[in-house]
Design a protein around this ligand. Structure first.
Ligand SMILES: Cc1cc2nc3c(=O)[nH]c(=O)nc-3n(C[C@H](O)[C@H](O)[C@H](O)COP(=O)(O)OP(=O)(O)OC[C@H]3O[C@@H](n4cnc5c(N)ncnc54)[C@H](O)[C@@H]3O)c2cc1C
Length: 417
């Protein structure tokens, strides 16, 4: 990764040096299983143990939570998380398993939690001692998130009793805590919401049932949770009663990469190894171009088909466009910081879906072969990529919702309703 370091502040430069030195000897060896690409793909106890160990060791070295104050378990630094992220990606490290905690729960607790909650919860979250999940979506509330019906009833003794049903909850099978958006007032859609951090396992969370849901890919990772009278203390509330919508916006801004705190991110494990395992291959070659050269169509390489060639070129142009769009992140003075991240999410996830669909078209009948078939083009990664791509265009707000937000908030178009 060609990251420019000449714009580093003195603190960032010193910290970058520390990261590089530490990473030189502390990136773990490849695991026995195929490395996963993100925390939501962590599926087994073996995966979990490996990735948790990595998060803990990176945290202990100061590479996770660098910009959080030290009294909350952070590094007490300024704008250093992005430096750590760049260096971890450059060093091709494993991923962090605690993505919901690091990316959503931590900033939300930091901006809206009490001093006591910040001190109790953030150190364990950052270190990966406790994993988190996000309890927003419900069977009747996804895009229209403010329709959540999970009900939090306030009792006289400073307790809340929570009943309801959450769904599509990534990583809940491993999580001990959930960030929860609940309704406390049925008469006011937006101001009748309150935000909590709640235990969903152990003795404290025993009245919550976590059930796995199987994805279209056959993988686990999604769950639903049934709340049957979970009792939590009022101290588990974030911000004021009725301010849940405002707090949820902090979570969503960080989920979309548009929040003020940078999410600790690592990954890229095995990238160079994978390239070395294909001697003679041009590692910089555009994957769809390579595939079209290797797959046959009417007795010739598929790339000789002018329609295929046109489609591959179209995808190459789109990919360059997305990369150029990302470069705009460094341009100062953009009117709305959400714009680039929303655009990036929309363009990136739709690109991946279209690229996978084109790969299957190029592979023809070979595209029906799975990763377990030795004859499958590109190791059978495309059927899986195509099925997985739908999650990308739905999670964190569907493509239609991204377009609505871009249209209404960024372009200033009339509201649809
Ligand atoms: C991979 C993945 C991970 C997820 N992880 C979590 C998680 O950890 N926690 C969590 O709480 N949720 C999670 N979700 C749920 C996700 O937030 C919702 O699926 C998403 O917000 C859409 O909601 P829905 O599924 O209820 O669809 P709906 O909101 O019912 O939408 C159905 C269709 O209608 C369209 N639509 C709806 N409203 C409008 C509108 N106003 N304008 C135009 N079109 C519209 C949508 O775009 C969609 O095509 C995850 C989802 C996925 C796919």
């Amino acid at each position: 990764m060609a990251e420019s370091t000449n714009r580093d502040t003195p603190e960032q430069a010193e910290f970058r040096q520390h990261c590089r030195e530490w990473l030189t000897t502390n990136v773990p060896a490849l695991p026995d299983f195929k490395p996963v690409n993100n925390g939501a793909e962590v599926a087994t106890d073996e995966h979990l143990a490996y990735y948790i160990a990595w998060q803990k060791s990176a945290y202990d070295a100061g590479l996770v939570g660098c910009d959080y104050p030290s009294e909350y378990g952070g590094g007490g630094r300024t704008r250093c998380q992005s430096v750590a992220n760049q260096e971890m990606l450059r060093a091709e490290t494993p991923i962090f398993p605690g993505i919901i905690g690091l990316g959503m729960a931590a900033p939300t607790i930091f901006f809206h939690g009490s001093e006591d909650l910040k001190k109790r919860l953030l150190p364990k979250l950052l270190r990966g001692d406790e994993l988190w999940c996000q309890g927003f979506s419900e069977p009747g509330a996804g895009s229209d998130l403010a329709s959540v019906q999970t009900f939090a009833e306030r009792k006289a003794d400073n307790k809340w009793v929570i009943n309801g049903h959450k769904v599509w909850t990534s990583t809940a099978q491993f999580a001990t805590w959930m960030i929860l958006l609940a309704r406390n007032d049925k008469s006011d859609k937006y101001n009748g919401l309150t935000y909590f951090v709640v235990p969903i396992k152990s003795e404290l969370g025993k009245s919550v049932t976590v059930r796995p849901l199987i994805k279209i890919t056959g993988e686990t990772g999604f769950n639903e949770e049934i709340f049957e009278g979970l009792v939590v203390d009022d101290s588990y509330r974030l911000d004021d009663v009725g301010k849940g919508w405002t707090v949820a916006m902090t979570t969503l801004a960080h989920e979309r990469g548009a929040g003020p705190l940078t999410t600790p991110t690592s990954g890229g494990q095995g990238k160079s190894d994978a390239k070395e395992k294909q001697p003679g291959s041009d590692t910089n070659e555009f994957p769809l171009l390579k595939l079209a050269k290797n797959c046959a169509r009417n007795g010739k390489p598929a790339i000789d088909d002018p329609v295929i060639r046109d489609k591959v070129m179209d995808m190459m142009i789109r990919q360059v466009g997305i990369k150029q769009n990302r470069r705009l992140r460094s341009v100062a003075g953009l009117a709305d910081r959400q714009r680039l991240t929303l655009q990036d999410k929309l363009l990136g996830t739709e690109y991946l879906q279209d690229a996978a669909a084109l790969a299957l078209e190029i592979a023809g009948a070979g595209g029906t072969l799975s990763q377990f078939d030795v004859d499958a083009p590109d190791g059978g990664k495309w059927p899986q990529a195509y099925l997985s791509s739908f999650g990308g265009t739905i999670a964190a707000g569907t493509s239609e919702i991204q377009r609505n937000i871009l249209g209404e908030r960024i372009l200033g178009l009339d509201k649809s309703k």
